[in-house]
Design a protein around this ligand. Structure first.
Ligand code: EPU
Length: 336
């Protein structure tokens, strides 16, 4: 275990914000963390930090940060064509995808090049190009913060939904994920329904894990800024879901508005990027905070932004989108 007092979180958040954590504990082994949790005094204000790719710090963190830096990828079981693989929570998510593709195991190739660590990927139920990690989760494992006791939640217990899991709901801030077990496939079923992906995959020579991964990495590199060059946390807002009747009203006024009818047919998901662009914010700047020029859903740190500045930009965008469309945008990033 390593301990730091008043530790800068700049290297630990992809917005690149220079805030301080009062207490910072880093653990290399799950067992070490479990013991620490059992022995520590009750602590107020604990926050478990993953890759910091979905976080906006608006001030110094006056509490205890727990940083599980666990590594390791191992096959735990083979069941016919299914392979169960355990990924330690601290692994870079994209390294996990690369590992799976290199072993010929399908299921997560569409989730290529998403920043962050494996543990947070499950908490957040990351999704892209028609696939969510929740689709392939067998179980999520870790410890309760309260007393270090072990937990193991199955896919059903995780209650995955759009950018949601039980770890963001009733179990929020109550546990630390040590690893996840994914059910991957030796005979993958490819998901290339997303127009832009299909075209790229064709031009690379057709469907294969490697080609899908390459197509998606290329698309993401074109659209999304690299955090090392321009601090950001991917999509800042969730795509709003509205009643279909309301969507049809919007369509009368804005015939070009895109929307995906959800399976229940009662609701429609609208790309927040479109709403933000039509509200005039794409590529605009406000002090040191800005809206990305290629994807209006991504807010960026132009260099010296404070977290507050980015939060204020987000609030202004929410106001403008609401005034124009009557739709409330909800942040996807965690604001601390
Ligand atoms: N659009 C615009 N202007 C923009 C951006 C988007 O008009 O500036 C419209 C276009 O109609 C476009 C549509 O929005 O066709 C969808 O855009 P995109 O394919 O970029 O996807 P998204 O809905 O904006 C979501 C996820 C992304 C994920 C992509 C691809 C959320 C909040 N975001 O974005 O996830 O990579 O789909 O599947 O659901 C993330 O969560 O950080 C993230 C990047």
């Amino acid at each position: 275990m390593q301990y730091f007092r008043n530790h800068s979180l700049k290297p630990y958040n992809t917005f690149g914000l220079n805030v301080l954590a009062r207490d910072f504990f880093q653990f290399g082994e799950p067992e070490e963390l479990r013991k620490w949790l059992q022995e520590k005094q009750p602590l107020e204000n604990i926050f478990v930090l993953g890759g910091g790719s979905n976080l906006l710090f608006t001030k110094d963190f006056d509490g205890t940060i727990v940083y599980p830096d666990f590594r390791g990828i191992e096959i735990v079981e083979e069941q016919g064509d299914d392979v169960l693989v355990r990924f330690a929570a601290g692994e870079e998510w994209d390294a996990c995808v690369e590992w799976a593709v290199s072993k010929g195991l399908g299921g997560i190739e569409n989730l290529s090049y998403i920043p962050g660590h494996a543990g947070a990927a499950a908490v957040q139920n990351i999704g892209a190009y028609g696939v969510e990690i929740g689709d392939v989760v067998e179980a999520v494992e870790g410890f309760m913060l309260e007393d270090g006791s072990l937990f193991r939640k199955t896919q059903t217990e995780c209650a995955f939904d759009y950018r949601y899991s039980i770890f963001k709901g009733p179990l929020k801030n109550k546990l630390v994920v040590s690893g996840l077990v994914l059910r991957l496939k030796r005979k993958p079923v490819f998901s290339t329904g997303y127009g832009a992906v299909k075209e790229r995959v064709e031009s690379l020579g057709g469907e294969s894990l490697r080609n899908i991964r390459k197509a998606i990495v290329d698309i993401r590199k074109e659209k999304l800024p690299e955090p090392e060059e321009l601090g950001n946390a991917g999509s800042f807002f969730k795509n709003p879901v509205v009643d279909s009747s309301f969507f049809y009203q919007l369509q009368e006024k804005w015939p070009a508005i895109p929307g995906y009818v959800l399976p229940d047919k009662q609701k429609v998901k609208i790309p927040a990027g479109w709403l933000i662009e039509r509200a005039g914010w794409k590529g605009r700047e406000r002090g040191q905070a800005g809206v990305h020029k290629n994807q209006a859903l991504v807010l960026v740190n132009l260099g010296r932004a404070s977290g507050k500045e980015i939060e204020e930009l987000a609030q202004q965008i929410q106001k403008d989108v609401y005034a124009q469309f009557g739709i409330r945008l909800h942040p996807e990033v965690n604001i601390l």
